[in-house]
Design a protein around this ligand. Structure first.
Ligand code: SAH
Length: 261
């Protein structure tokens, strides 16, 4: 029995058309696809004849355990199949890629990685803000707000920090950012479901970040802090508003920061 091959494919963080052309072509070659919860079901169109296996994990809730995913990968590849391991965003960013690569290597199965658009980049695009800026935006850190100890982790390591997996604990993140020395008026941009038609972008600062949960509750979100969160001065359109802008909310209303690009 010939050993199969596993292709880790970044699906991008949102709608199916954010996958790379290379990723879509690799998907079309696979006979089995192990896919994550946050990947767009429309991606099935690229591999309609393949067997699609849901191995989604959601936060720390009940789901397919990592050990089980490793076993499934090895089992499917051992049949000689080309297995696509479809991961949300980019496989190498908070995607448990190493564990899966190790399991395959130990079983003597070859694998390769096709990159994807990670959420931080889709969020920058959704908010029309460059992550790096000439002069003061010279470094970017991608940080998970969760650790194995489930402790919130917030430092000040770069001019711009993008926090993943912070959605459920924005108040705690705000507190930790302040403790780490970020001034209360540091710009913070929260983007949920970046790359989907219903993406939401909201502007805050370190002091007001806790109110973001009102608009992003229950949605996958990244939190960009620092230079990369600063809005770019935009030339107003003739009507003075961008297409799709929500009407201005009343002063003091946390939803005032809410925009649907
Ligand atoms: N490998 C993925 C990250 C997986 S960790 C990537 O490169 O994007 C899961 C976290 O990613 C979520 O908790 C959330 O913080 C972020 N995320 C995933 N999809 C997202 C989306 N469409 N919009 C905003 N954040 C998203």
């Amino acid at each position: 029995m010939s050993a199969g091959h596993v292709i880790f494919i970044g699906a991008g963080p949102g709608a199916a058309d954010l996958i790379t052309l290379r990723g879509a072509r690799a998907l079309a070659r696979a006979s089995v696809v192990l896919y994550d919860a946050l990947t767009d079901p429309a991606l099935r169109e690229f591999a309609p004849a393949a067997e699609w296996v849901d191995v989604g994990k959601r936060g720390f809730s009940a789901s397919t355990g990592q050990d089980r995913i490793n076993v499934l990968l090895v089992q499917y590849a051992s049949t000689g199949a080309i297995v696509a391991r479809l991961k949300g965003g980019d496989p190498s960013v908070f995607g448990r890629l190493e564990e899966e690569q190790q399991a395959l290597a130990e079983a003597g199965i070859t694998s390769e990685v096709i990159p994807g658009v990670t959420s931080a980049l889709a969020a920058a695009a959704a908010s029309s803000r460059p992550l790096t800026r000439r002069g003061d935006g010279r470094s970017v850190a991608l940080t998970t707000a969760m650790t194995q100890e489930r402790e919130l982790n917030a430092g000040r390591r770069a001019d711009t920090e993008v926090f993943y997996m912070a959605g459920r604990q924005l108040a705690m993140l705000a507190r930790r950012l302040a403790e780490a020395g970020w001034p209360a008026d540091t710009p913070v941009c929260v983007v949920s479901r970046a790359g989907w038609p219903d993406q939401i972008v909201s502007d805050h600062d370190v002091g007001t970040l806790p109110t973001a949960c009102l608009v992003h509750s229950g949605r996958p979100a990244v939190v960009t802090v620092g230079v990369g969160a600063r809005p770019v001065l935009q030339r107003a359109s003739p009507a003075g508003v961008r297409a799709g802008d929500e009407p201005a909310a009343s002063e003091g209303d946390p939803a005032a920061a809410f925009t649907r690009p």
